[in-house]
Design a protein around this ligand. Sequence first.
Ligand SMILES: Cc1cc2nc3c(=O)[nH]c(=O)nc-3n(C[C@H](O)[C@H](O)[C@H](O)COP(=O)(O)OP(=O)(O)OC[C@H]3O[C@@H](n4cnc5c(N)ncnc54)[C@H](O)[C@@H]3O)c2cc1C
Ligand code: FES
Length: 274
Amino acid sequence: MFRVTMKEDLNEQDYYLEVESPHVSRHWRPGQFVIIMTHERGERVPISVATINGGRVGMFIKKLGKTSVELYRDFKVGSSLYAVAGPLGRPLKLESYGTVVLASDAVCGHAEQLGLAQELAKLGNKVISIQTFKTEKEVYPEKYLAKKYVDEYFITTLDGTAGYKGHYIDLLRELLARREVKAVFAGGALANLKKLAEATAGLDVRVYALVRTIMVDGTGMCGSCRVRYNGVIAYACRDGPWFDARLVDWDDVLRRDARFKKVEKIALDKYLAR
Ligand SMILES: Cc1cc2nc3c(=O)[nH]c(=O)nc-3n(C[C@H](O)[C@H](O)[C@H](O)COP(=O)(O)OP(=O)(O)OC[C@H]3O[C@@H](n4cnc5c(N)ncnc54)[C@H](O)[C@@H]3O)c2cc1C
Ligand code: FES
């Protein structure tokens, strides 16, 4: 069993959940994720790894649908999850690029930044982090930001109440104009990753995106997470979840992400009505 050792609010929507998982702690590499299950018959939920502390794995989770809300409401420190499977996915092959930008505007992207920043710094890169939140109220507590691991750090808010006013793509355009950025790793809202791919088309910079697809088994068997990538079919759980952003068919990714909206709403409504 995977005991909950810590649970903390990050803002009104997002929370930090830490669970015991010595196997994942030992073997996880940046770029990989886990699949958690609350119960034996529960949904399988892929989640990025934010922190590793000893034998404990920390995750940032958004209260979005049935499982993430149930986990927030019903699981306390000392409760146990049925499963934390992983690490899954392909570890990123990180290099010494020179100057690298990490960019995120949602929970999974913010989580991925922590491990990536530490690993890229070890490889001698100059690491710049940009974390976008809607408003100052949504900015995570400082200890959960990538700030402490990077050389240059920016918060951006869409309404300008903290840091730079705008989205990470707006600030990234300015940084790219300096011509020193050699690679970008971005995660978060899928529609904005599509915009990022468009904004960097034709530029001499590598751009990698966390392609967050709907997963079931997480091992390449079911086909749920398929992505049209560079003219062929790839599987986010087996070949990703990180891909070259400019080779991804984002319209297909966005269409597939919306395919269970109706049943997801029914599941949440049923859970809330209990
Ligand atoms: C590699 C990867 C990393 C992720 N990292 C995080 C993270 O760090 N924090 C976080 O909060 N979320 C993360 N997600 C998304 C998370 O898996 C979904 O938000 C979660 O499954 C929602 O479950 P739910 O029952 O609460 O909501 P639901 O009502 O079931 O779904 C709400 C939305 O979540 C997405 N979703 C639903 N089921 C799945 C599924 N089985 N696989 C993937 N997406 C799904 C869809 O966009 C859906 O519309 C990640 C997904 C992937 C693929
Ligand atoms: S989740 Fe089934 S193939 Fe990727």
